[in-house]
Design a protein around this ligand. Structure first.
Ligand code: ATP
Ligand code: MG
Length: 321
């Protein structure tokens, strides 16, 4: 189980060097420097200064680094880059994966398994469930006491309307005992996946979907049927649906009927995106499946992120690899 705690395939090559900070958003270059300084502190010595050789004083490093910001600014990329740079035994997973680990092994056993690691990277730290948040704070507190460093990123709070609202204050408040252990970095900017003007989802057409080769790793589903099917599977199991999948064909894409279906679909989109599945679709463009009412509501950011991910996956299908 711990063996699967590594960055998703798409972030296997994420480095600080191939992160391109947007000059219009200086916080991006600052974030790169913050990650670099954080990693350098792993060696146990400050970057400059010292008893005999005094340079400008480096601020003392805290054992935690929290990357906060809107979707697509490269939080996961930077967290993966941090993970790649960390020495020794290290783990990378989403908040949900860590809570699942604690659930499966039990609290003590999970602490035992991860303790002594140099770094625990937690993508998309969730604050939705007070119980889970408390559990994870306590869990991390024990690991930090043993010398482990923590890197974390914010998720998309469901009630965060607009892209300008950051979650760092909520994060620090919720992880109470640990708050002073974290340096928080706010990364501003636009969705990187949209920087290159890939605005709309590619519609390959139902004919193209039907013509997909009948082979392992390729599926073809009727969109409506797929949405119905999602209701019968727990979202935690969606990861099983994408296992081994490389290309997903979707016939006759239509607007999602309601919020419940939309949120389930968002959960599936996240798993498809993690698995870097290419989508070939017919019907309505996939960036238009969420209705105006949904995009105006409390889950706006979740939907916008799903749209951004869907657009990227349909382009993966269009571009020669
Ligand atoms: N500044 C950047 N330079 C290079 N690649 C970037 C940059 N920002 C993001 N990317 C790439 O864009 C994609 C989206 O970035 P990433 O998933 O890290 O964003 P995120 O902030 O975690 O977004 P989300 O809210 O969707 O989790 C990734 O493939 C990532 O490697
Ligand atoms: Mg991310």
């Amino acid at each position: 189980m711990a063996a699967s705690l590594v960055p998703p395939r798409q972030f296997a090559d994420a480095t600080l060097e191939n992160y391109r900070p947007d000059p219009e958003h200086p916080s991006q270059a600052e974030a790169v420097e913050a990650v670099r300084a954080f990693v350098e502190s792993f060696a146990g010595r400050p970057r400059s200064g010292g008893l005999f050789r005094r340079g400008p004083k480096a601020p003392p490093q805290r054992p935690g680094l929290y990357l906060d910001g809107g979707f697509g600014v490269g939080k996961t990329h930077l967290l993966a880059a941090l993970w790649h740079l960390a020495p020794g035994r290290k783990y990378f997973g989403t908040f949900i994966e860590y809570t699942a680990l604690v659930g499966a092994l039990g609290y003590q056993e999970a602490v035992r398994l991860l303790s002594g690691a140099s770094l625990i990277a937690i993508d998309e730290f969730e604050l939705d469930d007070p119980g889970d948040t408390m559990l994870m704070s306590r869990f991390l507190g024990e690991l930090v006491a043993g010398g482990t460093r923590i890197g974390a990123t914010s998720n998309t709070p469901p009630n965060a309307l607009g892209e300008g609202r950051f979650a760092a204050a909520d994060f620090l408040r919720e992880i109470q005992g640990l708050a002073d252990r974290f340096t928080t970095i706010r990364i501003g900017g636009l969705d990187y996946r949209r920087r290159d003007a890939a605005e709309a989802a590619v519609v390959a057409g139902d004919d193209a979907v039907v013509a997909l080769p009948d082979e392992a790793g390729t599926t073809v589903d009727d969109f409506g049927g797929l949405i119905d099917h999602l209701a019968s599977v727990h979202p935690a199991r969606y990861v099983g649906l994408v296992d081994g999948l490389r290309t997903a064909g979707l016939l006759d894409v239509r607007a999602l009927p309601g919020q419940t279906e939309a949120l389930r679909f968002v959960a599936l989109v996240d798993r498809l995106y993690d698995a870097q599945v290419r989508i070939v679709a017919g019907g309505l463009p996939l960036d238009r499946v969420f209705g105006e009412d949904m995009l105006a509501g409390g889950y706006r950011k979740k939907y916008l992120r799903a749209i951004s991910r869907l657009v990227a996956m349909t382009h993966a299908g269009a571009a020669p690899v």
